[in-house]
Write a protein that binds this ligand. Structure first.
Ligand SMILES: Nc1nc2c(ncn2[C@@H]2O[C@H](COP(=O)(O)OP(=O)(O)O)[C@@H](O)[C@H]2O)c(=O)[nH]1
Ligand SMILES: [Mg+2]
Length: 313
């Protein structure tokens, strides 16, 4: 059993040492723990620090390509070097690396495909009440869209089985954390959580400038993933709303005719027709998006098989 612990890094020279040093070298049922540093175009001494600490495996981006891409490239490296499990942790020493042993156990025993470190957000001292509320709300929405029960959907401290990585396709630039859960849930992968305590904050988040931006970007990622898997629900609801809004003025007009005062009610017909056109469009989009979804499923199937061949051990 080979475990790769990948650390995506953007200028983490100050904290990388404590991260690397706290990664356990021996884990029950694991033969080898390999540390993989993904340098996402750092301009500081991240690489130098990593090499000094004895890290031998690297993915190096010559310029900054973002966290989602860093994650994907790390996974690609790990899988092509024979990883059975890939653990992700951050370079800012936010997560307790010592708990990696607990994170991988449910995968080793076959009880889970993906294990997520639950930061127990309500306990984190430096999170404001509003941030805590938003984290809970975000997780609630993700779980609704994924049909899962993950307490901390935004946590980046995770372990993935090799098989689950064959099946996940990260397509958004942003918030791969949410995206992977929604995909995993919809693909029937088994997720579980392990409660962890986070380390004291070492620096501000660089992924988000402020909470508003965090919310906007997370919402965007959730809506996009949702549309990807359940477009019919969204367009069906929209279509029905338009249809109701279209039928009411027609009924109204009919009643007016029966009363004999149809004059002056033509606006109802105009409005009703516009709404019915909206309904028609929504239902047409429903069909198209559902066909696209079927197509995507087929392509994803092929991608999974391709990865199986490509990364064959
Ligand atoms: N902000 C940012 N972080 C990156 C990028 N590429 C890799 N990372 C790493 O992603 C991890 C999470 O970033 P961080 O700023 O701590 O975001 P947080 O999850 O909101 O705390 C850190 O290990 C970063 O070094 C990037 O393009 N931007
Ligand atoms: Mg952080």
């Amino acid at each position: 059993m080979k475990v790769f612990v990948q650390i995506p890094c953007l200028n983490e020279e100050d904290t990388l040492e404590s991260v690397v040093k706290s990664i356990p070298t021996k884990i029950k049922h694991v033969d080898e723990v390999i540390i993989l540093v993904i340098d996402d175009g750092s301009s500081d001494g991240t690489l130098k620090v990593a090499k000094r600490l004895g890290v031998k495996d690297f993915v190096i981006h010559t310029r900054n390509m973002g966290l989602a891409r860093s994650f994907r490239d790390g996974v690609d490296y790990a899988l092509s070097h024979g990883a059975d499990i890939v653990v992700n942790t951050d370079g800012d020493n936010q997560y307790p690396q010592a708990r990696i042993a607990d994170l991988v156990q449910p995968i080793i025993t076959g009880q889970a495909d993906i294990v997520i470190g639950d930061r127990q957000v309500y306990k984190i001292a430096h999170f404001s009440p509003f941030k805590k509320l938003m984290q809970r709300f975000g997780s609630y929405i993700v779980n609704k869209a994924a049909g899962t029960n993950v307490p901390d959907a935004a946590s980046g401290f995770r372990a993935y089985s090799r098989q689950s990585l064959y099946r996940l396709n990260i397509v958004t630039q942003f918030s791969y954390c949410m995206e992977t859960i929604i995909q995993a849930g919809n693909k029937g992968l088994r997720l579980s959580s392990v409660a962890i305590e986070t380390n004291p904050k070492t620096r501000e988040s660089r992924l988000f400038k402020n909470t508003a931006q965090h919310i906007m970007k997370s919402a965007e990622a959730i809506i996009r993933s949702y549309l990807m898997y359940k477009p019919y629900i969204a367009f069906n609801a929209l279509g029905i709303l338009f249809a109701i809004a279209g039928v009411i003025p027609f009924v109204n007009f009919g009643l007016a005719v029966l009363r004999g005062d149809s004059d002056g009610h033509v606006q109802s017909l105009v409005f009703g027709s516009a709404m019915l056109v909206g309904a028609l469009l929504s239902f047409a989009l429903l069909i198209i998006s559902d066909l696209l979804r079927i197509n995507r499923t087929l392509i994803e199937d092929q991608t999974e098989r391709l990865r199986e061949i490509q990364y064959k051990k």
